[in-house]
Ligand binder design. Sequence first.
Ligand code: TYM
Length: 333
Amino acid sequence: MKTIVSGIQPSGTLTLGNYLGAIKNFVTMQNEASDDDNIFIFIADLHALTVPQDPAALRKNVRSLAALYLACGLDPNKSTLFIQSEVTEHAEIGYLLQTITYIGELERMTQYKDKMQKQVAGVSSALLTYPVLMAGDILLYNADYVPVGEDQRQHLELTRNLAERFNSRFSDTFTVPKPLIAKVGAKIMSLQDPTKKMSKSDALEKASIFILDQENVIRKKIASAVTDSDGSIKFDPVNKPGISNLLSIYSCASNTSIEELVEKYKDSGYGEFKKDVADAVVNLLKPIQEKYNYYLNSKELDEILDNGRDKASYFARKTLSKMKRKMGIIRKK
Ligand code: TYM
């Protein structure tokens, strides 16, 4: 029996990076899981609040992400799908874990430093404590594995440290989770600056492919992806970051190894290669988009989220009360 936990922030439209680095792996793990495994996949709306959000847009984005999870193949009979804020234990464990987290270790987080730099005025204190909330998300369910993209590795390391710290201070309580980071696809890069991660919040629209982009938009974005003048199709992220990124995308989208693709395109030019990458991405995303529209307007969506909330709450309550008891937050012994 194993437990798998992961989440995604409902901040704007999801990118191909979110799909290949995270959701695709959630679905694979779900489909390979046995009946007694527990999989919790949630919508990290509390995390989204660490930067200013328009309330109406946030509400819409939460629903949209729920529909997207289903459209991508998450099955509510196998995975518990829920909204983070509806299981209030997340906020509570976040606070309790803050009491054993050092400010210095939070200030060292690269994502915090990056976001801090971008957001000149009014940085919320929640942006600093964000990784503690994330640790709580994972420890609440005693996760064994956490499938994430490369950019979450440092947060997982902190989660492991907090679990070990708590266990040694208050006796064995939490499972120390392991990150699951795919070999290919864990860091999809911007199409316009392939030395930078593809991101939902990139100001340059054509830098990212969004899961809900129309076919012609996807084709245009891939055709105008930045490459190099060398002309050969090889996997070399240092010297050929643009082509290497397209190879990673193509490999994940078509379930073909990078070696096979390099061999296939050894005599081809960039134009032909890019066209085939675009075909693979369109073929991948089209069925998801069709199912997305179905789920977004379906009645099942609320029922699935209600059931997910109830199931997740059951597990979360148990862990939290154990944790509080160990910390002395209990009236009677
Ligand atoms: P978020 O919402 O930024 O991203 C969701 C997932 O997508 C992955 N990802 C990428 N993978 C490959 N290439 C990219 N360009 C790319 N961009 C994003 C991320 O690594 C992530 O797996 N803090 C998390 C959400 C979270 C969470 C958790 C995750 C909250 N609590 C508990 C796991 C467990 C985040 O902001 O992800």
